[in-house]
Design a protein around this ligand. Structure first.
Ligand SMILES: [Zn+2]
Ligand SMILES: [Zn+2]
Length: 183
């Protein structure tokens, strides 16, 4: 969904839509499962920087709700996590801040972004908001055993033979060191 400044100048635009998986590319960090619902309001705010210097900012307020699959930080199995967040954002035209000027909007609760040419895409905003809302580290379960460093087997589902075999003395030394650090 594209918000054009020329259209927002006429009147604010309310939006309420569901985006199917694939509509937004989240890269390798997350995969959307099911619809991503988002609703809110887009409007223009005029920054009066001088008698003939008026900057048209786009203010976007809204929320999103969706489910995402994120790889477990230890075993790489997909973990399903629900995400929901609200946002209140201001976007300036890219050209407006080329010169160092004093900002006339100094609301600490709003973040400043930029829009290209004369429009802003909701999909771009949602991609960033979803990535920001993702937890820093996702585990499939708190005690995930991870992958075996020797054979790569998922230790949650398979007790691989590596542990039973005669262990390398160098690993034992390392394990001993780790135990000393722990205690
Ligand atoms: Zn895991
Ligand atoms: Zn193994």
């Amino acid at each position: 969904m594209e918000f054009k400044v020329s259209e927002l100048e006429q009147e604010p635009i309310e939006f309420d839509l569901g985006l199917a998986p694939g509509a937004i590319d989240f890269g390798g960090e997350a995969e959307q499962s099911g619809d991503l619902a988002s609703s809110g309001l887009a409007e223009v705010l005029h920054e009066h920087r001088g008698p003939k210097d008026i900057v048209a900012d786009i203010r976007l307020r809204g929320r999103f709700v969706g489910r995402f699959q994120v790889p477990c930080a230890r075993c790489v199995e997909p973990v399903e996590i629900p995400l929901a967040a609200e946002f209140d954002l201001i976007f300036r035209p890219v050209a407006a801040d080329c010169e160092a000027t004093e900002r006339s909007i100094t609301a600490p609760e709003t973040e400043i972004g930029y829009y290209q040419k004369d429009s802003l895409f909701l999909e771009d905003v949602l991609r960033e908001q979803v990535l920001l809302a993702l937890p820093v580290k996702t585990l499939c379960k708190p005690d995930c055993k991870g992958l075996c460093p020797r054979c790569g087997e998922n230790r949650n589902s398979t007790a691989c033979a590596c542990e039973e075999g005669p262990s390398d003395p160098r690993w034992e030394a390392l394990a001993g060191l780790r135990n000393r650090i722990k205690s």
